[in-house]
Ligand binder design. Sequence first.
Ligand SMILES: *Cc1c(COP(=O)(O)O)cnc(C)c1O
Length: 390
Amino acid sequence: MGNKKKFETEAVRTQTERSQFLEHSTPMYLTSSFIFEDAEDMRASFAEEKDRNIYSRYSNPNSTEFIDKVCKMEGAEAGFAFASGMAAVYSTFVALLEAGDHIVSSKSVFGSTHSLFTQFFPKWNVTTSYFDVDDLEDIEGLITPKTKILYAESPTNPGVDVLDLEAMGAIAKRHGLIFIIDNCFATPYLQQPIKFGADLVIHSGTKLMDGQGRVLAGITVGNNELMDKVYRFSRITGPALSPFNAWVLSKSLETLALRVDRHCSNAFELATYLENHPKVEWVKYPFLKSHPKYELAKKQMKAGGCVVAFEVKGGLEAGKRFFDAIQMLSLSANLGDSRSIVTHPASTTHSKLSTDERLAVGISDGMVRVSVGLEHIDDIIEDIEQALDK
Ligand SMILES: *Cc1c(COP(=O)(O)O)cnc(C)c1O
C-alpha cells in the first residue's frame, strides 16, 4: 500500500479485497467457506503455504479488512476479530495462559472481565491479584514467579480514572510480563497503547468503534508472535466475528475520527457545564484540569473520550431521582453510542455491592455516568439541566 498514511486516510482507504466487479465499496462476503482450484491448491492452503481464506471460522475478507484497519490504527502487526469484546478478552487470556499462571490486573476493569478472573479462571488454578488505579507502585509487590500477564483499562469504567501506560509498560518489560490493555474507552484514535509498551490491545468493537449501537464485536491486535497463539486457539474454538458484523465495523471505522472528535467535544462541554452546577458535587473527565491525572491524560490521549462521571448532591435517592427525570437521553448500560446514555451504577450495574464495596471500586451512591453522544450539545445539556432541577 506504499507509505504509511495518516489515521483518517488509512481508516477510509484500507481495503482488503475486491471481486471481479471492482466495487468501490467493499461488498459483504457472506460465505462460510471458500473453494479450491484443485487438490494441490487445497493441500497447499491447508498446509498454510498460501495466505488465503479457507473457512470463515479462520478468516474472511470482511474480518480481514476490519483487522487490517485496526492494526494500522493501533500500530500492530496482526489481529483477530471476535464476536464480542468478551470473546476477545476470554480467548486472548486462555490462548496465552497455562494452568497455575497468575495475572496482575487493575481493580477497575469491565464487570464481565472481573467475573472471568474471579469466577472462572480459578477453575484452572489461574489466579489474579489486583492493584488500585492510584497505586501503580503496588504492582511490583504483586508480581510472583508465576505472573504472566499485566492487565488494565484506561480510562476506567465508570470512574474515568487514567492509568500511566508508559509506567506499566516499563514494569511489564522489567519482569518479562505480557502487557495487555483494553483500549475500548479511548479507541485507537485517542490512544495507542503499543507506543507505551503494550504487547496486545483489546477492544470491544461494540462501543465507539461501531458507535451506533448496532453490532457486538471484539478485536485483539499486537505482535505476530503473540497473535499467532491467539489465532491458533481462536480458529479451533470458534469465537470469530461474523462477516456481516465485520462489514458493518469496517464501514464504521471510516468515520471513527470524525465521530470521536464530536463525542469528545460534546463531553468536554458537558463536563465544563456540570463543574459549574450547584447541584453537582464533583465531575470527572480526563481533560478537565480538575481531573487528578489531567497532565497524564494530556500526554497519552488526544482528547478525553465520551464518558463523563459526576456526583449528584444528595446520594442514592438524588441519583435515582435525577435518573427518573431524564427525558431524551437513553437509560441504558451501553456506551459509545451516537445516542447519549445515562447510567446510575449504584442502583443498577453495581447494586449488589454494599456502599463500602462500591466506594472501593470508585463508585459513590449519587454517581452518574453519561456516555455523551452525537446529539447537539445544547439538547444534551438541556435534558440534564431539567433533570438536575427536579
Ligand atoms: C463493553 C466492554 C467490554 C465487553 O465488550 P462486549 O462487546 O460487550 O462483549 C470489554 N471491555 C470494556 C472496557 C467494555 O466497555
